[in-house]
Design a protein around this ligand. Structure first.
Ligand SMILES: [Zn+2]
Length: 267
């Protein structure tokens, strides 16, 4: 979608260019955008949308809802094995587990301590709060920096990324609901965090109440709003406390909770 978007811009600006020129320009602009928008975690991993880790190594894959689901067990649950770093205190661990319970309540997702499973999340207090998108295969880090990411809502938010969900305002149809105020984004540097993605919306309405929705002033340059709702200016959004009803529905629909167990596609 982003590429198509860029082609559109290029075609409007330059009428006479060859396909290979378009392609080269696309690659260049895409790389520049990515570099500007991303923070490098290590040699092969960067952050997209502020907190979604993207690996550029051999195992990298583009992953949107539906494409990188966790496997569903024959008992109808989706088990996500986890390991928690010993660096966390007992209190921290309680909060992390509370974040897990928030996801589990009313869904078929269950977090279980890892024993032997091949695919699992490894919760560590690295720098920042971030996660990979969906099941990546093998061990995948979820970073919950101590103390500022060890809050139940933030934890649940990162686990939603683990399940495969991007930010609500990244939905391909978000322009029907919100206006992104591009000039207000901090130093223009974080514009990449406001991109749209080719999302699978699961026939669910745009959800201002989602725990995955950025706040009105996310990445603001000088306190001016970066996201403004289209219809109701007073609409509240950007809550970081709990999953909304629709967030739960997203999980249940994507993982077909309550339906007879069929092993989901693992990529
Ligand atoms: Zn996020």
């Amino acid at each position: 979608l982003d590429l198509i978007f860029n082609i559109d811009i290029l075609l409007r600006e330059k009428k006479k260019i060859t396909i290979s020129q378009i392609f080269n320009e696309l690659i260049t602009s895409f790389l520049i955008q990515c570099m500007a928008a991303s923070r490098v975690i290590d040699g092969t991993t960067t952050l997209r949308e502020g907190d979604i880790a993207v690996s550029t190594g051999r195992r990298s894959k583009v992953c949107f809802a539906r494409s990188c689901q966790w496997a569903k067990s024959v008992d109808g649950h989706v088990y996500i094995p986890y390991k928690i770093s010993p660096d966390y205190s007992e209190m921290d661990i309680k909060l992390i587990k509370k974040g897990m319970e928030n996801i589990e309540k009313g869904t078929c997702v269950r977090f279980v301590p890892r024993t032997h499973q091949r695919d699992y999340i490894d919760i560590q207090a690295q720098s920042g709060c971030w996660s990979y998108l969906g099941a990546r295969g093998g061990k995948q880090t979820v970073s919950l920096q101590n103390p500022h990411c060890v809050q139940v809502g933030v934890i649940s938010h990162e686990f939603m990324h683990v399940l495969g969900f991007v930010h609500e305002q990244s939905r391909f149809d978000r322009d029907n609901y919100v206006t992104v105020m591009w000039p207000n984004i901090w130093r223009g540097k974080f514009k990449g965090n406001f991109e749209k993605f080719k999302t699978e919306n699961l026939d669910l309405p745009y959800d201002f109440g989602s725990i995955m929705h950025f706040g009105k002033y996310a990445y603001s340059q000088d306190g001016e709003p970066t996201i403004v709702p289209k219809n109701n200016q007073r609409m509240k959004f950007g809550q970081t406390e709990h999953l909304s009803h629709i967030d739960k529905m997203k999980i249940n629909k994507l993982y077909k909770c309550g339906k007879s167990s069929q092993v989901s596609t693992i990529c």
